[in-house]
Design a protein around this ligand. Structure first.
Ligand SMILES: [Zn+2]
Length: 262
């Protein structure tokens, strides 16, 4: 691997940027379910309310240096922030590599950040808050239009609409048939993921949805096997759909291509 390769430089820059955005994603994942403002007050310890020092705000590094404890009272800091920052950084680097056009990197990086926030909240609260989903969808749509123009892919916006409608419809049917198995938030999320995948093409859409269902099966089978769930247990489907979508965004065209050539 040549470190002067523009791809490598882009990935490193994207990862650092992802760490910074990941800090904000952590704030969203922490505060939105508690219906708190994501702007004020500034970051503080949830146990003793001591404000975080600048040195406590360095993504990942601060958590490791403080060994996951508040500098003032020693209360345990949830590791969620660490996972969220690292996941966002990895996804930003992964997105910067394979997209068909560089112009689409901001849109799909924003999508990654939104999906990380939604997944973190869904895993913890079994909830996909509408404000996070709508803001992600709105900003993503604007960025996608801005990416389509210079890259001569305006026609792909129609594919995005078709992908959104198709995936929304499939999940709507599942929700209608088995409303206990999945929340309506999953149906909305499927619309967002379908739109993002649709812009990349039919292959990416198929890979993303298939991967989402496949990933969701793993914990379901595990819980069923251990007798901790039955067929009526609600599972947080959002994170698996989000993961399947990001796998397809990064590797979808390669996977679809390999599949067709089998
Ligand atoms: Zn504290």
């Amino acid at each position: 691997m040549n470190v002067a390769d523009p791809h490598v430089i882009a990935c490193v820059v994207a990862a650092v940027f992802g760490l910074l955005i990941g800090s904000f994603v952590g704030v969203v994942a922490d505060r939105v379910p508690r219906k708190e403002s994501i702007v004020r007050p500034s970051s503080h310890c949830t146990a003793c309310a001591a404000p975080l020092r600048t040195i406590d705000n360095v993504p990942v590094v601060s958590y490791l240096l403080l060994r996951g404890r508040c500098h003032a009272c020693g209360a345990h800091i949830p590791p969620r922030d660490l996972y969220v920052e690292v996941t966002t950084a990895v996804l930003f680097a992964a997105v910067a590599w394979p997209l068909p056009t560089f112009w689409a990197v901001p849109a799909y990086s924003l999508l990654a950040a939104g999906l990380v926030a939604l997944s973190a909240i869904d895993l913890e609260h079994k909830l996909l808050p509408r404000p996070v989903l709508y803001v992600t969808a709105a900003v993503f749509s604007v960025l996608l239009v801005l990416a389509s123009w210079p890259s001569h892919r305006l026609g792909h916006l129609l594919f995005a609409l078709e992908g959104a409608a198709a995936c929304f419809a499939v999940f709507l049917v599942i929700w209608f048939v088995a409303p206990k198995a999945m929340g309506f938030g999953d149906v909305r999320l499927a619309g967002l993921c379908g739109g993002a995948l649709g812009w990349l093409g039919l292959g990416a859409t198929a890979v993303g949805m298939f991967a989402g269902f496949l990933f969701a099966c793993v914990p379901a089978v595990f819980l069923l096997a251990r007798g901790k769930a039955n067929r009526k247990t609600a599972l947080a489907f959002g994170p698996y759909l989000a993961l399947g979508t990001m796998v397809a965004v990064c590797f979808g065209r390669t996977i679809a291509h390999a599949w067709v050539n089998l």
